[in-house]
Design a protein around this ligand. Structure first.
Ligand code: ADP
Ligand code: MG
Length: 492
């Protein structure tokens, strides 16, 4: 039974030819469990490598091979369940999900169907405009990944790489509680962040460690749930947003033309930005699920769960609350910082013993901009917390201006080195010596008699003089001193 847990929010309605529509979205996220070996064999899970390097007899489904559950993967699933504030099922069952695929040598996937390891939970979102949104988790179950067929390597032939065959996945199924593309993107971002904090999935979408099946339907606001389409295997957060926007429009157009939506599986094509039909939706009974006779039900006791619970780290929601409280950060800044646990740790190291406002401005400002341009996380952008911290100290004690500090940061990123030494050797120290600055001010005034007349009428023009003095001093003059001397000399 699907329950509607949300109050319709007119801000996210989509307008159609004859009235508003509301989006309903539920996500099935496949997350590769971080573990050295596969779910039922000792083969390595490392990414890349030569094709079929990491394939045991179990992964290749040789007759008579028996799967043996990887205890660490079970711990990881429980850890994730706890991070999702979900019910942990101390008894769960592995089933065979039967289907034929050239890259699935067993002819079935070992998964969990009726009795998953984790039951209902929640993921909390803070939407910039609409505030708190709770997205329900329906379940989390463990299953095996399949191999990969490659059709364009050997002319005239298809080949198979079973390196991924048997790698442990968690499928995390949300309730249909999501109501916009933005919420869906925020949900996956948050889920990925929680998994990274927990260390249960690296969240790397380019390598396929995290991918989402996106279920989309539309309805009249607050009405009955509509028929959904499932968009398979979307592998970037941006594409998830695009696929939803396209799919919503497509379904609305069909319904407004008097048509109906066929429940089907679709694929998103990032190049054209459209979704295309792949196959009509299969039902659970098509798979002939049955308990895998090679595996006993998975059972553990409360002590096992308690031990894992005791080792959980501080999670994003808690960290966000603490950063706001401890450093007086805005919710917006805190959100950006906590997305990646290493970025948050980096910020805290920089803020240690310094004005947190300065720390956040530099971490989220210049450094974040640079990080983005080189496609790296902030903490790996090229300045260690120690380097950035001492740069901030040089501004605080008036050794350099903020403007020069930007140049020093560029040097640190490009060449490394200690900011104080760089300032020393390059002669970048701020000039606070009033006499030296006065001399430059006199020069600028003498060279620009016309401007001197103008500024008497328009005092705002003093900014132009400040600019000139700063330029002549190579950016090294202390701006406050420059302003004070200019005001005096120009009689403002
Ligand atoms: P199946 O396993 O057949 O794909 P489920 O009932 O487990 O079906 O649902 C899969 C996903 O689809 C869940 O994330 C759920 O929230 C979502 N979902 C179910 N009904 C709808 C709907 N009408 N519109 C959008 N999403 C839906
Ligand atoms: Mg499904």
């Amino acid at each position: 039974m699907l329950v509607d847990s949300r109050t319709p929010n007119p801000k996210s309605f989509i307008s159609g030819a004859n009235g508003d529509w509301e989006l309903v979205i539920g996500l099935e996220v496949h997350a590769q469990i971080t573990s050295k070996s596969k779910l039922f064999s000792a083969s390595s899970t490392s990414f890349g490598g030569e094709p079929n390097d990491h394939v045991s007899l179990v992964d290749a489904a040789m007759p008579g091979m028996l799967p043996v559950i990887n205890k660490y993967c079970v711990e990881q699933a429980v850890r994730t369940g706890l991070g999702l504030k979900a019910k942990i099922n101390k008894r769960s069952v592995f089933d065979r999900k039967n289907y034929f695929y050239p890259d699935l040598p067993q002819g079935y996937q070992i998964s969990q169907f009726k009795d998953p390891i984790v039951g209902e939970g929640t993921v909390h979102l803070d939407m910039p405009e609409d505030g708190a949104v709770e997205v329900g988790i329906e379940r989390l179950h463990m299953e095996q990944d399949a191999g990969k067929s490659i059709h364009d390597l050997v002319p005239g032939k298809s080949v198979v790489d079973l390196n991924r065959s048997g790698v442990a996945l968690m499928e995390i199924v949300s309730k249909p509680d999501i109501r916009s593309a933005d919420e869906a993107k925020a949900y996956v971002t948050k889920l990925r962040s929680i998994l990274r904090y927990l260390g249960t999935c690296d969240g790397n979408m380019e390598e396929g460690s995290l991918r989402a099946d996106v279920n989309v339907s539309v309805r009249k606001p607050g009405g009955e749930f509509g028929t959904r389409c499932e968009i398979k295997n979307v592998n970037s957060i941006r594409f998830i947003g695009q696929a939803i926007e396209y799919e919503a429009r497509r379904q609305i157009d069909i319904l407004e033309d008097g048509g109906q939506i066929d429940q089907e599986t679709r694929l998103f094509d990032p190049k054209s930005g459209v979704t295309r039909s792949m196959r009509s939706k299969e039902e659970a009974h098509d798979y002939r699920y049955f308990p895998d006779p090679d595996l006993l039900p998975l059972e553990f006791d409360q002590d096992f769960v308690d031990e894992i619970a005791a080792s959980l780290p501080e999670l994003p929601d808690e960290k966000k609350a603490r950063l706001i409280e401890q450093y007086g950060l805005s919710a917006y800044d805190a959100d950006l910082l906590v997305d990646d646990p290493d970025t948050a740790a980096y910020f805290e190291a920089v803020a240690q013993g310094r004005d947190p406002k300065h720390a956040v401005n530099w971490v989220m400002g210049d450094l974040a901009a640079h990080a983005k341009s080189v496609g790296k996380p902030v903490h790996q952008a090229g300045a260690s917390a120690e380097q950035l911290g001492s740069l901030i100290d040089l501004i605080s004690d008036n050794t350099i201006s903020g403007k020069i500090a930007k140049d020093v940061l560029d040097i640190v990123i490009a060449e490394g080195g200690n900011p104080a030494k760089i300032v020393d050797t390059k002669g970048l120290k701020q000039v606070t010596d009033t006499g030296a600055i006065e001399a430059v001010v006199d020069e600028v005034i003498a060279e620009n008699p016309g401007k001197v007349e103008e500024v008497k009428e328009k005092p705002k023009m003093v900014g132009w003089f400040v600019g000139q003095v700063m330029q002549k001093s190579g950016g090294k003059a202390n701006p406050q001193t420059v302003n004070a001397i200019l005001a005096k000399k120009l009689g403002l």
